[in-house]
Design a binder for this molecule. Structure first.
Ligand code: IDP
Ligand code: MG
Length: 139
């Protein structure tokens, strides 16, 4: 059953470049409601756990180093069709392939440092949201 929530992180390249506010503005402008949000930094162990699903991929070590290199902003977002609509808003993983107007096309530096995370399914949105937030932190 589809839910109306997704999970995002504004990634280290985007917070370090001072793009946090612009990206949040794009997210709200696209019709998403913020249910929870925090500015934090992942330890290496946190990043390994969050991306455990990618542990066998060749870029896992690079991804863990990068994701723990600077602060991130984690958020739970609400909108009808949230998971699919948010993936459309952020664009393809590789910014060279991201459609014009998408957040990654505008802000991503590379396929690794690609500005934002977006959950790929309702199930993962719930798991990823629970990694950062307890129910008392939801608006
Ligand atoms: P997604 O974020 O678009 O869902 P995934 O395939 O789930 O993409 O990969 C998770 C993250 O791992 C990407 O957002 C990116 O930061 C990083 N990543 C993916 N592919 C590569 C790669 O080929 N080289 C380096 N980093 C990558
Ligand atoms: Mg993914």
């Amino acid at each position: 059953m589809a839910t109306n929530r997704t999970f995002t992180m504004i990634k280290p390249d985007a917070t370090a470049a001072g793009n946090t506010g612009k990206i949040i503005d794009r997210i709200i402008g696209a019709g998403f409601t913020i249910k929870a949000m925090k500015w934090t930094q992942l330890s290496k162990a946190d990043a390994e756990a969050f991306y455990a699903v990618h542990a066998e991929r060749p870029f896992y070590g690079e991804l863990v180093e990068y994701m723990s290199s600077a602060p991130i902003v984690a958020a739970i977002l609400e909108k009808d069709n949230a998971v699919a609509d948010f993936r459309e808003l952020i664009g393809a993983t590789n910014p060279a392939e991201a459609a014009p107007g998408t957040i990654r096309a505008e802000f991503a530096e590379s396929i690794a440092a690609n500005a934002v995370h977006g959950s790929d399914s309702d199930e993962n949105a719930a798991i990823e949201g629970a990694f950062y937030f307890n129910t008392r932190e939801l608006a």
